[in-house]
Write a protein that binds this ligand. Structure first.
Ligand SMILES: [Zn+2]
Length: 408
C-alpha cells in the first residue's frame, strides 16, 4: 500500500506534461592535455632553442621542425594527449549549474563545488584522475598544454516526465593534475548531450615537464637581446634625426621610423646598423628604409645622469601663472584638480616636444628649475646655448658637434 506522500508524487507525475528543460554550466573552465614525449624530441627543441609556446601556436610551422622531432603537428598541441585530455567547467564554488524551464526561467541552481552539489542532493562522481608526479617515470619528458575559457561550458536539454528533481542529476568530473573539470552530465540515468557550448579563450599555457630535478631549458635565457629600458618621455627625448645625415653615436635602443616611413618602433643600434630581434636572432634593418631616429637627450650609461623631471602643467588663469608638477595640484572629491595658487581648475600641459619651436622654448624656460637662483641662471645660460645650437641643426658645423656631443 502506497503512503500518502507516494500517492501525491504519483499524482504530480501523472498531472505533469512532458517538457524540455535546459541545464547549463559556467562560467569558467577550460581544457587540459598532457602527453609523453620522446627525449630526442625534447633535445631537438632544447638544442635549437625553440620556444614550445611559440611552436604550439605556429599553425603553419614557420619554425620548420622536422617531422621526426615534432611532439605534435605545429599548432595542434591538443593532439599530444596520451596521458590525459579533459575539458569542461571547473568544479568549484566560483561556478554554477543552472536549470531553466521551457520559458527560460531559472528553476534551480547550485554552486558547482562537489560539497554544495552533494548537499543539494546531486550525485557527483570522479571518473578519472591523473597526477603527473604519480604517473611520469623519473626523467620522462611530457608536454603540458592548457587553456582557460569563460562562457557557457555546457548547455544541454533534459526531457522531463516529472517535476525536476536534483537527486536525479549526476555530474561526473576528471581531476587533471589538481584541476577538476566536469566531463559528463546525466539526468535520470540518461546522458545529457552538450549541444550549446560557447566560450572565449582567456589564457593558455604550453610547457615541457620532466619528472625529477632536471631543469627545463629557457629559450629566452640564451637569447642575445640587449636590455631594453623605457622609451624617453617627451621632455627628455632628443630631436628626431634624419638617418641619412646623422648616425647614433652610442649602441642602444632608439625610437625609429623605418620601413620607408611605414613603421614606428624600437630598433637597436649595434654601432654599425639598426637591427631588430626575432626570437633572439639579430636581423639587420636595411639602411635605405630608415627615415628618422630619436633617443634620450642625456647620457644613459647611468640612470643617475637623468635630469630632474621638469614642471608639466601650467594654470590657465593668466593672472595666476602658476606652473608645477601635475601631482602637486589639489584634487577635490569629484577628481577635479585645483591650482594651489588661485584654486582655478583649468590647466594646460607643458609641451616639451624637441621637434617643435614651442617645445624647445618650453625646454629653455622650464628645464632644471632649482630653488637656488644662481644655479637657475647658470642652467639657463647653458640651456640657451644648447638650444640655439639645436635649433640650427642644419649647419655643417652643428652636424659635427652633434655627432660628438649628443649622448644617446
Ligand atoms: Zn592658478
Amino acid at each position: 500500500m502506497a503512503t500518502i506522500k507516494e500517492q501525491e508524487e504519483l499524482i504530480q507525475t501523472l498531472k505533469f506534461t512532458p517538457r524540455t528543460y535546459r541545464i547549463e554550466l559556467g562560467a569558467y573552465g577550460g581544457e587540459i592535455y598532457i602527453g609523453s614525449v620522446e627525449r630526442k624530441i625534447y633535445d631537438y627543441f632544447k638544442n635549437n632553442n625553440i620556444d614550445i609556446e611559440e611552436y604550439a601556436s605556429s599553425w603553419d610551422d614557420e619554425l620548420g621542425v622536422p617531422e621526426e622531432f615534432q611532439p605534435f603537428p605545429a599548432g595542434s598541441a591538443y593532439e599530444c594527449d596520451n596521458l590525459i585530455h579533459a575539458s569542461g567547467a571547473t568544479m568549484d564554488d566560483g561556478n554554477t549549474v543552472e536549470v531553466f524551464d521551457e520559458n527560460n526561467n531559472m528553476v534551480w541552481s547550485c554552486s558547482l563545488d562537489t560539497g554544495s552539489l552533494e548537499s543539494a542532493g546531486v550525485e557527483t562522481e570522479e571518473d578519472e584522475e591523473f597526477y603527473l608526479e604519480d604517473n611520469l617515470p623519473e626523467g620522462q619528458v611530457a608536454f603540458y598544454g592548457a587553456q582557460g575559457e569563460k562562457g557557457l561550458l555546457f548547455g544541454g536539454n533534459i526531457e522531463l516526465k516529472a517535476p525536476f528533481d536534483p537527486s536525479k542529476l549526476k555530474i561526473c568530473y576528471c581531476d587533471a593534475d589538481g584541476w577538476q573539470l566536469s566531463n559528463g552530465i546525466m539526468y535520470d540515468g540518461e546522458d545529457v548531450d552538450n549541444n550549446d557550448y560557447s566560450t572565449t579563450g582567456k589564457w593558455s599555457e604550453n610547457k615541457w615537464i620532466i619528472n625529477g630535478d632536471e631543469d627545463i631549458y629557457d629559450p629566452e635565457e640564451s637569447w642575445n637581446v640587449p636590455d631594453h629600458g623605457t622609451s624617453p618621455s617627451d621632455w627628455e627625448s632628443s630631436p628626431k634625426f634624419k638617418f641619412k645625415q646623422y648616425k647614433p653615436v652610442y649602441q642602444g635602443w632608439y625610437n625609429v621610423n623605418w620601413g620607408y616611413g611605414t613603421t614606428y618602433g624600437s630598433l637597436y643600434w649595434n654601432g654599425t646598423n639598426f637591427v631588430e630581434f626575432n626570437y633572439g636572432k639579430e636581423n639587420i634593418v636595411s639602411d635605405d628604409s630608415i627615415v628618422t631616429w630619436q633617443g634620450y637627450d642625456w647620457d644613459t650609461s647611468s640612470w643617475d645622469n637623468q635630469p630632474p623631471e621638469p614642471v608639466d602643467v601650467s594654470c590657465d588663469n593668466k593672472k595666476c601663472g602658476w606652473v608645477g608638477r601635475g601631482d602637486v595640484r589639489l584634487e577635490d572629491e569629484d577628481y577635479n584638480h585645483h591650482c594651489p595658487e588661485c584654486d582655478g581648475t583649468e590647466f594646460s600641459w607643458i609641451d616639451y616636444d624637441p621637434d617643435t619651436a614651442k617645445g624647445r622654448k618650453n625646454r629653455a624656460k622650464y628645464f632644471y628649475i632649482k630653488s637656488d637662483v644662481a644655479d637657475l641662471e647658470a642652467a639657463l645660460e647653458n640651456l640657451k646655448a644648447e638650444f640655439e645650437r639645436l635649433c640650427t641643426e642644419d649647419s655643417e658645423e652643428v652636424k659635427e658637434q652633434n655627432k660628438g656631443t649628443w649622448p644617446f
